[in-house]
Design a protein. Sequence first.
Length: 122
Amino acid sequence: MLDPGDNSELPPIPGKRYFTISEVSDLCRVKPHVLRYWEQEFPRLQSVKRRGNRRYYQRHDVDLIREIRHLLYIEGFTISGARNRLMHDAGPPAEIRAQTLALVAEGLEEVRRLLTPDASPS
């Protein structure tokens, strides 16, 4: 039997767009009731519900579930600790980071202009 904390023994993720809860359960070695519980505890984990309220997960969800599994079973985090770690690691979206960096660069350029002596007399 597989060690519940050993992600190296997990099967590869097939190149599908959507996975049922039982497929994700097999891919991540986590029981379906645990997946449903984790959906309540981790805001980033959102399955798509279709046809009769059936859950479907995308590849990024499977990757996230494996990361949650690693944090809980290998690193020994609590649910709360893993949630905080994932929120901290996520950070702001790339677009906001790029905008922030552009604003900082503009501000630094302005400071540099103020501190650099004028080369030509006016």
